[in-house]
Design a protein around this ligand. Sequence first.
Ligand SMILES: C[S@@+](CC[C@H](N)C(=O)[O-])C[C@H]1O[C@@H](n2cnc3c(N)ncnc32)[C@H](O)[C@@H]1O
Length: 214
Amino acid sequence: MRLRYVPGQYQYLKKCEKVIMYPEKLGYKLNHMFNNNNPIHVEIGCGKGKFLREIAINNPDINYFGFEKDVKVAYRCAKNITEDDPPNYFIVYANAESLKEIFEEGSIERIYLNFSDPWPKASHHKRRLTHKKFLDIYKAVLTDNGEIHMKTDNNDLFEFSIEQLEEDNWELLMVTRDLHNSIYKEGNIMTLYEEKFVKEGKKINKLVAKRKNG
Ligand SMILES: C[S@@+](CC[C@H](N)C(=O)[O-])C[C@H]1O[C@@H](n2cnc3c(N)ncnc32)[C@H](O)[C@@H]1O
């Protein structure tokens, strides 16, 4: 997602009530932001926020946090906020590498990885959001039966992710390599990237993996 730098975008994010900036540096956990005990779901790499908003509207009893590490993208996401947006989501301008500093242990029920950057070079695979390095972070913050829901058009990233999850002893609850021609299509909320790829005729992969106890 190559976007133009807009002067003042950082200041705009700072003033926006729905944006949390660098929570890992503030030394507090985000678990209690909503003053309720509803489950917490996190999207990593929320982009311009289409999926985040729609899923929050459809599920008012779930608390959502959308992480975005790129200031230009987070700014676009914040600019898309309207008065009609639901109260049950925040945009978090932070890197998912800091999840353990931001949330209490075992407190997130679900993590969404939607069309994560594929990092095709082998030397960059450790940057992939399903690399063992990230799975260890997710295991720390997910609840006992917490889940990862992943969608991607990138077959190489998808097969890599399945391998990493299996090697790390996660239980695969569902796997499809053609979401839009499968029984799992019902209720699917499309992301912006997904809309683009579907229009191009690309097949969408999806998996759901559950963290096993212990
Ligand atoms: C390819 S875009 C997909 C955006 C959106 N999920 C969609 O499907 O339309 C991936 C986004 O993830 C963000 N991202 C990548 N790694 C991240 C990380 N470690 N923490 C937070 N955001 C990340 C990138 O900045 C980028 O905006």
